[in-house]
Design a protein around this ligand. Structure first.
Ligand SMILES: NC(=O)c1ccc[n+]([C@@H]2O[C@H](COP(=O)([O-])OP(=O)(O)OC[C@H]3O[C@@H](n4cnc5c(N)ncnc54)[C@H](OP(=O)(O)O)[C@@H]3O)[C@@H](O)[C@H]2O)c1
Length: 254
């Protein structure tokens, strides 16, 4: 059986490791968008770059004779997930969605939940603050509307050109992060507010724990609507579905 995994997440990489260790009659490919300069190489073949919309993805699925598509992209990779859903329907192959459950607010958390980055910038308030931004690089422009704040931005790769924010500094970092180190960073940088997406999972959760310990407010940008409700959360569960599909194909003599 031939499987395409749309990746860019820890879960996709974990699934790739399971696929690498699985039966040799399951061939699989992991796809990265190419947002980070040097993705950590998986143990299965991988490719980098967009497919060219739904049409391009359907052509790829047909050309590569893919029999099962796994959408293990980030919960905020809205476009790719939509493309995957449409392309799997058009190509007539099953789709498995693997995503992390969102973080849930716990006692001690001071969260302001907002719908998008523009609302997140507004939620920082009029008074100048020191703000930690951990939202990736694509939506930083929203914070140009709040130039009174000093932003500390964490990203996997350095920025070139630098972000167009009047007062900002970029630090490099790739998860998983530890909560003691996150607490130290927040203290050292005198951070007063954090802006984050509700990515879920363990790799980026340490800043939420650190904010709770320090009593820092967090502006939490909600997940886009329409992310599949019946998604799987565990790479091992996704692997079990893949194996079951392989069995079903084999029993039909495909
Ligand atoms: N959004 C986030 O907050 C976030 C955070 C961490 C990691 N990521 C990862 O970074 C990647 C891009 O995220 P995004 O928010 O830019 O996605 P997006 O807005 O949903 O996707 C934009 C375009 O990027 C290409 N693309 C996205 N994921 C791809 C993949 N796995 N393989 C090949 N092409 C892909 C597709 O181009 P074509 O239409 O040309 O096929 C897609 O239409 C994803 O792999 C995602 O898992 C995203």
């Amino acid at each position: 059986m031939r499987v395409l995994v749309l990746g860019g997440t820890t879960e996709a990489s974990r699934l790739a490791a399971l696929l690498a260790a699985a039966r040799r009659d399951i061939w699989s490919m992991l796809s990265f968008a190419g947002r980070t300069k040097a993705p950590i190489a998986p143990a299965i073949p991988y490719r980098i770059g967009g497919f060219g919309g739904v049409e391009g993805l359907v052509s790829y699925l047909e050309r590569e004779r893919i029999e099962l598509l796994v959408d293990a992209t980030h919960p905020y990779a809205e476009q790719m997930s939509r493309n995957a859903e449409l392309a799997s329907a058009q190509a007539g192959i099953p789709l498995i969605v693997l995503t992390r459950p969102p973080w849930l607010r716990e006692p001690g958390d001071d969260w302001t939940i907002v719908g998008d980055m523009e609302a997140a910038a507004a939620a920082l308030g009029p008074e100048p603050k020191r703000v930690f931004l951990t939202i990736g690089r694509l939506q930083l422009a929203a914070f140009a509307s709040a130039p009174q704040h000093a932003y500390l931005i964490r990203a996997v790769d350095p920025f070139d050109p630098p972000p167009e924010l009047a007062r900002c500094r970029v630090i490099a970092g790739r998860g998983p992060f530890g909560s003691a180190a996150e607490e130290e960073l927040l203290r050292d940088e005198k951070i007063e507010m954090i802006v984050t997406k509700n990515s879920g999972g363990g790799a980026a959760f340490a800043k939420i724990v650190a904010a709770r310990r320090l009593g820092l407010p967090v502006v939490m940008v909600e997940r886009p609507q329409g992310v599949a409700g019946d998604a799987l959360h565990d790479p091992a569960e996704a692997m079990a579905h893949i194996l079951a599909h392989a069995e079903a194909l084999a029993s039909r003599g495909v």
